[in-house]
Design a protein around this ligand. Structure first.
Ligand code: NI
Length: 191
């Protein structure tokens, strides 16, 4: 691990301290891990941009912070002497992650495509289920409302993947999600 990646992990740990919801350090670390896995099969991608964008992708999440123009990410990158051009590329990748803002839009850069896939993977599979119910509980939602979220969002994610590796990983997690929902429906039928 390079020094700047190490610094970025420490930076987000500080930033997210006290934010135990779905968007926390552990989520960012999983997105980073997913992104690195995808990048391994995308030799054209700039690994440092992918890594930093993955780690910092929620550093300016508007649900948690009142920052504009990637202020937190930019301040970290400036403190770590990342050149202006690279900073812009990292911010472009970060800004292509959000589901609500990019629903049907394929990110323009390969790095953005990888980090978007990596983030969406964390909404799928066992971890996606765990995060959905944790978020629902935190916001006082009945179980049924969290289940609706599977239909509204999670089951659509598989078809939005940009990279081949992302698609393969999503396929496996999607299948697991479907079998979980079948079981859940079965257990709660006629109640
Ligand atoms: Ni995220």
């Amino acid at each position: 691990m390079t020094q700047i990646i190490h610094n970025a992990i420490i930076y987000i740990e500080d930033l997210f301290r006290g934010n135990a919801g779905g968007h926390d350090t552990a989520h960012s670390l999983r997105v980073y891990k997913n992104a690195m896995m995808i990048a391994e099969n995308e030799p054209e991608a700039d690994e440092e941009i992918v890594a930093l964008a993955a780690l910092l992708h929620d550093a300016d999440d508007h649900k948690l912070f009142h920052t504009e123009n990637n202020e937190n990410a930019r301040s970290f990158l400036a403190c770590n002497h990342v050149p202006e051009e690279k900073t812009e590329q990292i911010c472009i990748a970060i800004n292509s992650v959000s589901f609500s803002q990019n629903r049907d839009k394929r990110p323009d850069t390969l790095e953005g495509q990888i980090v978007q896939d990596a983030d969406r993977l964390d909404a799928l599979g066992a971890i996606g289920i765990a995060r959905t119910f944790a978020y629902g509980g935190e916001h006082g939602r009945p179980l049924q409302e969290s289940v609706q979220h599977f239909y509204d969002k999670l089951l659509l994610l598989k078809d939005t993947m940009n990279t081949e590796t992302g698609r393969q990983l999503a396929e496996k997690r999607h299948t697991f999600l479907e079998s979980f929902m079948r079981e859940l429906l079965d257990e709660t039928r006629d109640c």
